[in-house]
Design a protein around this ligand. Structure first.
Ligand code: HAM
Length: 437
């Protein structure tokens, strides 16, 4: 897929494929720290963790609505099977739910931390592989589910050290659009709603005129009248529920749901962090109702998280209807924001004890001491080979160790170990089995 052979000087390229990352120990420490925060919040909200294979049947992802995500699929044929690396977790999640639909007790709250693959054009925070924390509720049609999910998202942002106001979630409902077109184009051709939303989502990239052209094109799938298209574009400008109300039909269910949602968000203390913005439509075809996207307040990065309600995905994939809503929260964009804000914590190796034998004769005693300490639950580095004491002490200090256990010939003869406390700069002796002397 990339230009060139990917080879250098006859050997395999030592670069990871463009847009993918290697995780060295210091990178893994950050990744684990982030994922622990995600996991902790999910558990605090009563969600259960699930996972699924990264490789799925390609048809699980190939939808016909013209979405970017389908064009970006990493896919391949193997033994007559058409397979793909997942570009997102939601279709896999739907597969899991459908397979046990009769047995599950709805509503269910499931979360996952999954790696996804998309052949993207890269910009800051946009990669060809990324991890996503997914939180989804299946079986609850009411906006209580949306509110709970947004509550969890803000709890996670708090847990990452971001102050209120540093991230805003822009929220809309596709239901408003759907209702306004129900008497028109959707009456005869309800199937055009998904491609219509996918086209509208391109407005920031290609502009209102180009979107109007696509929506009205006689060769296109949607084929709105110019009056309908104009109304749609105008509606996208609404920035409050009262403004949106000007475009809705009397008794609008979508508007009533949004009002209820904002009352609930108020109870979570986050209503002011979630501005209504009718231009948020999202680029995935399956959303049916409320949609939302989280952005840094400066607007300098791409979306940190995005989600919404997708009440018809189960049916689309061959299951029985079941309402669903959720979000995906990427690791890459939040990583950039934490770096910009200086919020990544110092994460050391967290070694607690270092055990060092001065010579080969003391190795077995050192192993016994290390084993005893490890059995106590301590994180222990046993020095390997022959290192100089100065280097051992320097490395122990760098690794954040609290104590260094030293065994030389004299200690071995007397059956003791010298314990140096690095913080207090004190030393004492212990017997090899840990008894005090
Ligand atoms: P999405 O908006 O495509 O939604 O992705 C969600 C988040 O994943 C984005 O806001 C972004 O942080 C991150 N992300 C997506 N693509 C990339 C990329 N190429 N590089 C880095 N980060 C990326 C979904 O995927 C939906 N399945 C989310 C969802 C779950 N909706 C309901 N449940």
């Amino acid at each position: 897929m990339s230009k060139g052979s990917g080879k250098q000087g006859g050997g395999a390229s030592l670069q990871p494929p463009r847009g993918t990352r290697d995780f060295y120990p210091e990178d893994m420490r950050r990744r684990s720290w982030l994922f622990e925060r995600f996991r902790e919040i999910a558990l605090r909200f009563g969600f259960e963790e699930v996972d699924a294979p990264m490789v799925e049947h390609a048809e699980l992802f190939t939808r016909k609505a013209g979405e970017e995500i389908v064009e970006q699929l990493y896919h391949f044929e193997l033994h007559d099977r058409h397979l793909a690396l997942r570009p997102e977790f939601t279709p896999s999640l739907a597969r899991l739910v459908i397979a046990r639909q009769g047995a599950l007790r709805f509503p269910i709250r499931w979360f996952a931390i999954a790696q996804n693959w998309r052949y993207e054009r890269m910009t800051r925070g946009r990669r060809r592989e990324h991890y996503q924390w997914n939180m989804d509720v299946w079986g609850e049609p009411g906006v209580e589910a949306e509110a709970e999910l947004l509550g969890a998202m803000f709890a996670a942002l708090d847990g990452l050290g971001l102050a209120r106001g540093q991230v805003k979630v822009r929220l809309n409902s596709r239901g408003l659009l759907e209702e306004s077109l129900r008497g028109g184009v959707l009456a005869d051709r309800p199937e055009v709603f998904a491609p219509l939303c996918v086209v509208i989502d391109k407005i920031d990239k290609i502009g209102a005129e180009a979107v109007t052209d696509l929506l009205c094109s006689a060769d296109g799938e949607v084929r709105l009248t110019s009056g309908e298209a104009e109304r749609v574009i105008e509606m996208l400008g609404a920035r409050s529920l009262d403004e949106a109300a000007r475009f809705t039909t009397p008794g609008s269910q979508a508007l009533a749901d949004l009002r209820t949602l904002y009352d609930l968000l108020d109870a979570y203390g986050i209503a002011d962090q979630v501005p209504f913005d009718a231009s948020v439509v999202r680029g995935l075809a399956y959303y049916t109702g409320v949609v939302f996207e989280a952005f840094d307040a400066q607007g300098s990065l791409r979306a940190i998280a995005g989600g919404g309600r997708y009440d018809r995905l189960a049916e689309t994939l061959g299951g029985r209807p079941v309402p669903a809503v959720g979000f995906g929260f990427g690791d890459a964009v939040i990583g950039e924001l934490l770096a910009d804000e200086g919020l990544w914590p110092e994460l050391g190796r967290e070694i607690q004890d270092v055990v060092h034998a001065f010579g080969p004769e003391e190795k077995t005693a050192a192993i016994r001491v290390a084993t005893r300490l490890r059995e106590q639950g301590r994180r222990v580095e046993l020095t390997l080979g022959q290192s100089k004491l100065k280097r051992v002490l320097g490395d122990a200090d760098k690794a954040g160790a609290e104590r260094v256990f030293l065994i030389g010939e004299d200690e071995r003869r007397r059956g003791v170990v010298t314990v140096r406390d690095l913080a207090r700069q004190t030393e004492h002796e212990e017997s090899l089995d840990g008894g005090s002397r």
